[in-house]
Design a binder for this molecule. Structure first.
Ligand SMILES: Nc1ncnc2c1ncn2[C@@H]1O[C@H](COP(=O)(O)OP(=O)(O)OP(=O)(O)O)[C@@H](O)[C@H]1O
Ligand SMILES: [Mg+2]
Length: 296
């Protein structure tokens, strides 16, 4: 990542609850950089600061604290057995964190280098439609299952017909599973990302807890899709089936697609689906879609 290099083209920026991702170059060589949207503070001392500088750890001194932000925050949390602190909660700024804006600003500046862009917001579900559904003329349902939220958008020819979000996603799985196993949510998250698969219950307490809450996230999301689509009054009359694409880090464990599809099939769905598939690059899908939208 070379943050200081001058870059004057449009870019896509996804400020997620747990990761901030930037996408550059709209052609086939789309490039991504990302940083964890997390931090922790350690008490300031000259020695600690010079050690962090020597190790090239991304940090900033703020009064009597040293704020370590981005990917290294997780490493330090593991070492000190602490929870990382999060600038965002459930998709928006965390109201309980005095450092939230400053940390996000630092992370964005590190990823983007020179600032001075004219930003245009796009909803996350619609960004997934832009990023993943070009081959169906930007018609279909884009879903991003992230850390704070699951976001969905039904679009027809790139026009959003319906967008909504539900607040049960990856963080919910981590914190609920941590509550029943007595572990730290940060540690459960690492376990979930490293080795979890959604393939039924077994003898491991932690994996079982993750499975139970994963199933709740899927049930909640599929119920919301049914309810919101059924309740949309001006639903376009489509005489063809449309695709649904799943993205976001929470869709990554093996077995997610099967469980999600089974939950959809369990009851009538108000719209005909041609396919349900996973994004080939779930962690970068929103940023890529935002870039596509910026280039249109
Ligand atoms: N390999 C993996 N297996 C399971 N979960 C994963 C994996 N990789 C990432 N995750 C989970 O995905 C979530 C992060 O996904 P993503 O980066 O899409 O979220 P976000 O965009 O930061 O959040 P949001 O969109 O809700 O604001 C976290 O809960 C993380 O634990
Ligand atoms: Mg996201």
């Amino acid at each position: 990542m070379n943050a200081t290099e001058e870059y004057t083209q449009p870019l896509g920026l996804d400020i997620g609850t747990s990761r901030i991702v930037v996408a550059r170059n709209g052609d086939k060589n789309c490039q991504y950089d990302s940083l964890l949207n997390a931090f922790l503070t350690i008490p300031y001392s000259k020695l600690a600061e010079s050690l962090l500088q020597r190790e090239d750890v991304f940090h900033e001194v703020q009064g009597s604290d040293i704020v370590v932000a981005g990917n290294e925050a997780r490493k330090f949390a593991e070492i000190f057995h602490l929870e990382t602190r999060r600038p965002m909660l459930s998709g928006v700024l965390n109201p309980h964190e005095p450092h939230s804006l400053a940390v996000i600003r630092r992370i964005i500046a590190k990823l983007l280098g020179q600032l001075g862009y004219a930003p245009t917001p796009i909803q996350e579900g619609l960004a997934v439609v832009f990023g993943e559904l070009a081959t169906s003329n930007f018609t279909g349902i884009g879903v991003s299952c992230g850390s704070g939220l699951c976001n969905a958008c039904l679009a027809v020819l790139s026009v959003p017909v319906l967008s909504f979000s539900v607040p049960k996603a990856g963080d919910f799985i981590d914190s609920q599973a941590a509550a029943v196993t007595g572990d730290l949510a940060t540690r459960l998250r690492v376990r979930k990302e490293q080795s979890f698969r959604l393939n039924g219950l077994a003898s491991d307490r932690t994996l079982n807890a993750l499975t139970v809450y994963y199933q709740e996230v899927i049930a909640n999301l599929t119920a919301a899709l049914r309810t919101y689509i059924s309740a949309t009054q001006r639903l376009p009359k489509l005489d063809y089936a449309i695709p649904l694409v799943l993205s976001g880090g929470t869709v990554m464990p093996k077995g997610f697609l099967d469980h999600f599809s089974a939950a959809l099939r369990a009851q009538d769905f108000p719209i005909r689906l041609s396919e349900v598939r996973l994004s080939p690059d779930p962690l970068n899908s929103t940023a890529r879609g935002a870039l596509m939208a910026a280039l249109c």
